[in-house]
Design a protein. Structure first.
Length: 210
Protein backbone atom coordinates (compact mmCIF):
# COMPACT_ATOMS: atom_id res chain seq x y z
CA UNK A 1 0.00 0.00 0.00
CA UNK A 2 1.28 3.48 -0.91
CA UNK A 3 2.43 5.68 2.00
CA UNK A 4 0.73 9.08 2.14
CA UNK A 5 1.62 12.17 4.17
CA UNK A 6 -0.96 13.61 6.58
CA UNK A 7 -1.69 16.41 4.09
CA UNK A 8 -2.22 13.87 1.27
CA UNK A 9 -4.60 11.91 3.50
CA UNK A 10 -6.51 15.08 4.41
CA UNK A 11 -6.93 15.96 0.72
CA UNK A 12 -8.12 12.39 -0.05
CA UNK A 13 -10.65 12.65 2.83
CA UNK A 14 -11.94 15.99 1.54
CA UNK A 15 -12.20 14.58 -1.98
CA UNK A 16 -14.22 11.58 -0.75
CA UNK A 17 -16.52 13.86 1.30
CA UNK A 18 -17.11 16.07 -1.76
CA UNK A 19 -17.88 13.03 -3.93
CA UNK A 20 -20.52 11.90 -1.41
CA UNK A 21 -22.28 15.27 -1.60
CA UNK A 22 -22.27 15.34 -5.41
CA UNK A 23 -24.51 12.41 -6.20
CA UNK A 24 -25.44 8.82 -5.46
CA UNK A 25 -22.43 6.54 -4.95
CA UNK A 26 -21.91 3.56 -7.24
CA UNK A 27 -22.35 0.13 -5.62
CA UNK A 28 -19.89 -2.61 -6.59
CA UNK A 29 -22.34 -5.40 -5.71
CA UNK A 30 -25.95 -5.92 -6.79
CA UNK A 31 -28.66 -4.45 -4.56
CA UNK A 32 -30.21 -7.33 -2.51
CA UNK A 33 -33.64 -5.79 -3.21
CA UNK A 34 -33.29 -5.89 -7.01
CA UNK A 35 -35.22 -9.16 -7.38
CA UNK A 36 -38.05 -8.05 -5.04
CA UNK A 37 -41.34 -6.58 -6.22
CA UNK A 38 -42.37 -3.11 -5.12
CA UNK A 39 -45.09 -3.37 -2.47
CA UNK A 40 -48.32 -1.42 -2.68
CA UNK A 41 -47.72 0.79 0.34
CA UNK A 42 -50.18 3.34 1.69
CA UNK A 43 -48.86 6.96 1.78
CA UNK A 44 -48.42 6.64 5.54
CA UNK A 45 -46.47 3.35 5.26
CA UNK A 46 -44.33 4.83 2.50
CA UNK A 47 -43.51 7.88 4.64
CA UNK A 48 -42.66 5.64 7.59
CA UNK A 49 -40.44 3.33 5.49
CA UNK A 50 -38.72 6.39 4.01
CA UNK A 51 -38.06 7.81 7.48
CA UNK A 52 -36.50 4.53 8.61
CA UNK A 53 -34.42 4.16 5.45
CA UNK A 54 -33.29 7.79 5.87
CA UNK A 55 -31.98 6.84 9.32
CA UNK A 56 -30.10 3.91 7.76
CA UNK A 57 -28.75 6.20 5.04
CA UNK A 58 -27.49 8.65 7.68
CA UNK A 59 -25.83 5.69 9.43
CA UNK A 60 -23.97 4.85 6.24
CA UNK A 61 -22.94 8.48 5.65
CA UNK A 62 -21.53 8.45 9.20
CA UNK A 63 -19.82 5.10 8.56
CA UNK A 64 -17.98 6.66 5.60
CA UNK A 65 -16.94 9.66 7.70
CA UNK A 66 -15.94 7.52 10.67
CA UNK A 67 -13.78 5.18 8.60
CA UNK A 68 -12.12 8.09 6.78
CA UNK A 69 -11.42 9.91 10.07
CA UNK A 70 -10.00 6.75 11.62
CA UNK A 71 -7.88 5.90 8.58
CA UNK A 72 -6.42 9.42 8.70
CA UNK A 73 -4.96 8.90 12.16
CA UNK A 74 -4.32 5.12 12.13
CA UNK A 75 -0.70 4.32 12.93
CA UNK A 76 -0.35 0.74 11.64
CA UNK A 77 -0.57 0.35 7.85
CA UNK A 78 -2.54 -2.92 8.18
CA UNK A 79 -5.16 -1.16 10.35
CA UNK A 80 -5.43 1.66 7.80
CA UNK A 81 -5.88 -0.95 5.04
CA UNK A 82 -8.63 -2.71 7.00
CA UNK A 83 -10.43 0.62 7.55
CA UNK A 84 -10.19 1.58 3.89
CA UNK A 85 -11.43 -1.89 2.86
CA UNK A 86 -14.43 -1.66 5.21
CA UNK A 87 -15.19 1.87 3.95
CA UNK A 88 -15.39 0.49 0.39
CA UNK A 89 -17.89 -2.17 1.54
CA UNK A 90 -19.96 0.52 3.29
CA UNK A 91 -20.23 2.37 -0.05
CA UNK A 92 -22.54 -0.45 -1.23
CA UNK A 93 -24.75 0.02 1.83
CA UNK A 94 -24.88 3.75 1.17
CA UNK A 95 -25.78 3.22 -2.49
CA UNK A 96 -28.50 0.65 -1.66
CA UNK A 97 -30.09 2.96 0.97
CA UNK A 98 -29.96 5.90 -1.43
CA UNK A 99 -31.58 3.84 -4.20
CA UNK A 100 -34.34 2.74 -1.83
CA UNK A 101 -34.99 6.34 -0.73
CA UNK A 102 -35.37 7.36 -4.39
CA UNK A 103 -37.79 4.46 -4.99
CA UNK A 104 -39.82 5.65 -2.00
CA UNK A 105 -39.86 9.20 -3.47
CA UNK A 106 -37.91 10.40 -0.46
CA UNK A 107 -34.74 12.42 0.04
CA UNK A 108 -31.65 11.88 2.20
CA UNK A 109 -31.28 13.85 5.44
CA UNK A 110 -30.78 17.61 5.04
CA UNK A 111 -28.37 17.33 7.97
CA UNK A 112 -25.94 14.94 6.24
CA UNK A 113 -23.02 17.44 6.09
CA UNK A 114 -23.41 17.96 9.84
CA UNK A 115 -23.54 14.19 10.56
CA UNK A 116 -20.56 13.60 8.29
CA UNK A 117 -18.41 16.22 10.00
CA UNK A 118 -19.35 14.99 13.50
CA UNK A 119 -18.59 11.34 12.69
CA UNK A 120 -15.35 12.27 10.92
CA UNK A 121 -14.12 14.21 13.97
CA UNK A 122 -15.07 11.34 16.27
CA UNK A 123 -13.23 8.82 14.09
CA UNK A 124 -10.18 11.03 13.95
CA UNK A 125 -10.13 11.52 17.76
CA UNK A 126 -10.52 7.76 18.37
CA UNK A 127 -7.61 7.12 15.99
CA UNK A 128 -5.47 9.71 17.77
CA UNK A 129 -5.83 7.86 21.09
CA UNK A 130 -4.60 4.51 19.75
CA UNK A 131 -5.28 1.99 17.00
CA UNK A 132 -6.84 -0.44 19.48
CA UNK A 133 -9.17 2.28 20.83
CA UNK A 134 -10.08 3.19 17.27
CA UNK A 135 -10.92 -0.46 16.56
CA UNK A 136 -12.89 -0.63 19.83
CA UNK A 137 -14.89 2.41 18.78
CA UNK A 138 -15.49 0.83 15.39
CA UNK A 139 -16.55 -2.53 16.87
CA UNK A 140 -18.97 -0.83 19.26
CA UNK A 141 -20.42 1.35 16.48
CA UNK A 142 -20.96 -1.68 14.23
CA UNK A 143 -22.57 -3.64 17.08
CA UNK A 144 -24.97 -0.77 17.81
CA UNK A 145 -25.81 -0.34 14.12
CA UNK A 146 -26.45 -4.09 13.78
CA UNK A 147 -28.70 -3.99 16.87
CA UNK A 148 -30.63 -1.08 15.33
CA UNK A 149 -30.98 -2.93 12.00
CA UNK A 150 -32.31 -5.99 13.83
CA UNK A 151 -35.50 -3.96 14.46
CA UNK A 152 -36.88 -5.05 11.11
CA UNK A 153 -40.40 -5.20 12.48
CA UNK A 154 -40.50 -1.40 12.44
CA UNK A 155 -40.59 -1.51 8.63
CA UNK A 156 -43.96 -2.19 6.96
CA UNK A 157 -44.37 -5.97 6.71
CA UNK A 158 -44.95 -5.94 2.94
CA UNK A 159 -41.97 -3.66 2.21
CA UNK A 160 -39.75 -6.58 1.16
CA UNK A 161 -37.32 -4.33 -0.72
CA UNK A 162 -36.33 -2.27 2.34
CA UNK A 163 -36.28 -5.43 4.45
CA UNK A 164 -33.89 -7.24 2.06
CA UNK A 165 -31.44 -4.31 2.14
CA UNK A 166 -31.56 -3.99 5.93
CA UNK A 167 -31.10 -7.76 6.46
CA UNK A 168 -28.01 -7.85 4.21
CA UNK A 169 -26.55 -4.76 5.84
CA UNK A 170 -27.02 -6.20 9.31
CA UNK A 171 -25.07 -9.35 8.42
CA UNK A 172 -22.21 -7.26 7.10
CA UNK A 173 -22.14 -4.82 10.06
CA UNK A 174 -21.79 -7.82 12.38
CA UNK A 175 -18.91 -9.04 10.21
CA UNK A 176 -17.26 -5.59 10.43
CA UNK A 177 -17.56 -5.68 14.22
CA UNK A 178 -16.06 -9.17 14.28
CA UNK A 179 -13.15 -8.08 12.04
CA UNK A 180 -12.41 -5.12 14.36
CA UNK A 181 -12.49 -7.39 17.42
CA UNK A 182 -10.16 -9.90 15.77
CA UNK A 183 -7.76 -7.07 14.88
CA UNK A 184 -7.34 -6.19 18.57
CA UNK A 185 -10.22 -3.83 19.48
CA UNK A 186 -10.37 -2.84 23.16
CA UNK A 187 -13.74 -2.88 24.92
CA UNK A 188 -14.82 0.71 25.50
CA UNK A 189 -15.83 1.88 29.02
CA UNK A 190 -19.54 1.58 29.77
CA UNK A 191 -20.08 5.37 29.94
CA UNK A 192 -18.62 5.75 26.43
CA UNK A 193 -20.88 2.98 25.09
CA UNK A 194 -23.91 4.58 26.78
CA UNK A 195 -22.99 8.02 25.41
CA UNK A 196 -22.70 6.55 21.91
CA UNK A 197 -26.12 4.94 22.30
CA UNK A 198 -27.64 8.24 23.51
CA UNK A 199 -26.07 10.12 20.60
CA UNK A 200 -27.44 7.53 18.15
CA UNK A 201 -30.96 8.00 19.56
CA UNK A 202 -30.64 11.78 19.07
CA UNK A 203 -29.42 11.27 15.51
CA UNK A 204 -32.25 8.84 14.67
CA UNK A 205 -34.89 11.29 15.91
CA UNK A 206 -33.60 14.03 13.59
CA UNK A 207 -32.82 11.76 10.64
CA UNK A 208 -36.33 10.26 10.60
CA UNK A 209 -37.85 13.73 10.21
CA UNK A 210 -35.21 15.85 8.47
FE1 LIG B 1 -22.98 -0.21 6.68
FE1 LIG C 1 -20.25 -1.60 8.86
Amino acid sequence: MQQYSLLDKLIICLDKALHLTQGPPHACRPNPADSMHEADLTPQERRHAAGLMRINHVGEVCAQALYQGQALTARAIEIEEKLQHAAREEIDHLAWCQQRLTELNARPSYLNPFWYLGAWLMGMCAGMISDRTSLGFLAETEQQVAAHLANLEKLPLQDKKSRAIVAQMRLEELQHAHTAEQAGAVELPIFVRRSMHFLAQFMKWWAYRF
